[in-house]
Design a protein around this ligand. Structure first.
Ligand code: ADP
Length: 344
């Protein structure tokens, strides 16, 4: 009797703990039917307990972002609309539970999502506001003739250089803001043969004969995507390879078929990157060596733009590098985005 009493008390405690839990908890059976949920699941997901016991959860949420995630089994979303309240944002995850069941967790991340939105708006607004005054300053600097005041010529050329740098940073920040706000880019079939030729020409122009530029066009495949953004991502990798490879190095631009789809890669025989930096390279303004970067004239936003463009194409960026030997940046695309090239 005493043991039954202890067990009852323990169970009541566990129920109270689950009820007090701020995250929604749902237990699903092997067929995806609701076995149990806590009160937060009712508040965040609009489920009714015990009325909804046994409902097929993916059908129940069929027309919502939650339903789409359950159906596709995509990566766990970290910011989607709550089915019960459109002003709430949720982070979802699914864990295996018991022999074939699943535990779904939904966390209210509205506060974080709002802060993130404020950050995005702030960066976009500041960049936008800076654009006009910078254009005016740059325009006047261009008008000034250093020949007229030779003593000021070095100052003038430094001012031009710095104002151009500021303009590039502002343009890159605006590009990043736009990419962050878009959920889908307008897409079309991109003729990779033409794009690769353009990229090779750009590499040669940037290199000015200081490197050997090799094009390996193996995959006769076109790519479904946003042409302008793909070009900007691919050419960022090319420009990095040129800027971080000393004279005499080799830069290889390649488009190859893989088991899962295709891969665009840029390989260089340049300075390379120490392993501890690799995971942070796509952060805004992250630099391995500030002195070398400043000398090479980047904005520090290139790889961040690359990552955003690839995310919008469900593609991945893989980076391999060895200090002193060189680096390889590869963008991998799924087969769903590829078709046999119409032209070559
Ligand atoms: P940046 O404008 O500074 O080049 P990126 O975001 O394009 O900004 O790159 C971030 C940093 O990653 C660079 O500052 C540089 O240190 C490193 N990096 C990028 N590409 C290469 C490369 N091909 N070889 C060596 N280092 C690289």
């Amino acid at each position: 009797m005493r043991r039954a009493g202890v067990l009852r008390a323990t169970l009541a405690h566990l129920r109270q703990a689950a009820a007090a839990f701020p995250d929604a908890l749902l237990l699903l059976d092997a067929r995806g039917r609701l076995r149990w949920c806590n009160p937060a699941a009712q508040r965040l997901l609009g489920l009714s307990w015990p009325q909804d016991r046994g409902v097929a959860v993916s059908e129940h949420f069929a027309d919502t972002a939650v339903g789409a995630w359950l159906r596709t089994g995509d990566e766990d979303p970290d910011d989607i609309e709550a089915p019960a309240a459109p002003n709430l944002r949720l982070q979802l995850s699914a864990l295996p539970f018991g022999p074939r069941g699943r535990l779904l967790l939904a966390r209210d991340v509205s506060h974080v999502s709002r802060l993130e939105q404020m950050r995005r708006d702030f960066v976009a607004n500041v960049s936008h506001e800076l654009r006009t005054p910078l254009t005016v300053i740059h325009g006047y600097l261009e008008l000034l003739d250093p020949q007229e005041v030779p003593a000021l010529a070095p100052v003038l050329s430094e001012m031009r250089l710095q104002s151009q740098r500021m303009r590039e940073i502002v343009e890159d920040l605006l590009t990043l803001s736009r990419l962050e706000m878009e959920r889908h880019l307008p897409e079309e079939w991109v003729d990779m043969a033409t794009l690769l030729r353009v990229l090779r020409r750009e590499a040669q122009a940037l290199s000015q004969g200081r490197h050997r530029v090799v094009l390996v066009h193996e995959a006769r495949l076109d790519l479904l995507g946003a042409p302008r953004d793909l070009h900007s991502a691919f050419s960022n990798l090319v420009s990095n390879a040129v800027r971080y490879t000393p004279e005499g190095g080799v830069i290889t631009i390649a488009w190859r078929a893989t088991a899962q789809g295709a891969e665009y890669s840029v390989t260089d025989t340049g300075y390379g990157i120490p392993a501890e930096h690799l995971s942070r390279l796509t952060e805004r303004f992250y630099r391995v060596s500030s002195s070398r970067t400043r000398a090479s004239g980047g904005t520090g936003l290139g790889l961040s733009i690359v990552k955003h463009v690839l995310n919008l194409h469900q593609a991945r960026l893989e980076i391999a590098s060895e200090p002193g030997r060189g680096s390889r940046f590869a963008c991998t695309f799924d087969a769903a985005r590829l078709r046999r090239a119409r032209r070559s």
